[in-house]
Design a protein around this ligand. Sequence first.
Ligand code: AHM
Ligand code: MG
Length: 339
Amino acid sequence: MAQNINRRVQTLDEFTIQQVRDFPHATGELGRLLRDIGLASKRVNVEVNKAGLVDILGDAGSINVQGEDVKKLDVFANNQFIGVLRHGISCAGIGSEENDDIVIFDDEISNNSKYVLLMDPLDGSGNIDVNVSIGTIFSIYRRVSELGQPCKLEDFLQPGNRQVAAGYIIYGSSTMLVYATRRGVNGFTLDPSIGEFTLSHPEIQCPKNGKIYSVNHGNFHQYNEGTRSYIHTCQRKNRNNGGPYTQRYIGSMVADVHRNLIKGGIFMYPGTTDKPKGKLRLLYECNPLAFIAEVAGGKATNGEISILDLQPTELHERSPFFIGSIEMMDELERHLAQG
Ligand code: AHM
Ligand code: MG
């Protein structure tokens, strides 16, 4: 079969180099950091793909700082990202869902790196054992502490609106890396034949409206009045909003949010009567996805204010989370205000 050899595919590296060229004052450090993230995620991808074949499924027998079981792949992913970033030259330290405290890369090169990274190395880990999409989420900040010194906790406790870049990797039917800077959101699909992420979804824009809502219905009776009222609206025939909507909830937030970003939709993880702050972590789950959504023209709040305006006080704090297409978010907010 004849192949179109003229087709121009841009790899993640080529893309980030191009971005640096467009900005004469850029040092290329962010591009190197993104390349390191791409490398670590390719290693994780290899393990995810053979998870059913080797003895890597199941619990690692320990419990993470959130009091949840740690799966073996979580540990593997965490170690891969920390290992690659520690040996790279563009990251001063990381904060991870899997580590109680920040990990400071205290060596001469890392102490002179201007970025720190927060991550959930393997989100949706409850889905590992059943072959459902899982993901990595990351958030990058310019540090506020003095260069030349080890990074500090204050570098990580910055509001989301100070993120320099944020992204996620989905290990799904294909593996994709999506990342945002203030200049835009771009998606790269891993081409297994060359082992490179290639630009497949340039300049992603979140549709203003959608027909999908994603929420854990099992908790419905624990949500507040406003949230329940909005969910009822999603389920009704409505000429204004195109309802009833379709309900889709994978239980892997990266996959749920990615689908809604591409197709239009809303994802909610509200607080419940048992857990008023919900389940999701502000710094490495909500903030990065909120940044991506807002750069793409969507919106993300905690039900009251923009996620990106919250001032974090703890590394592992949680927040209610609502994210999606702008018009659906506006409608949700009207219900929350009345509730
Ligand atoms: P995890 O970090 O332990 O994997 O938990 C986060 C995940 C999200 O991906 C997903 O949206 C949510 O937990 C599902 O939680 P629930 O089963 O309570 O609906
Ligand atoms: Mg998670």
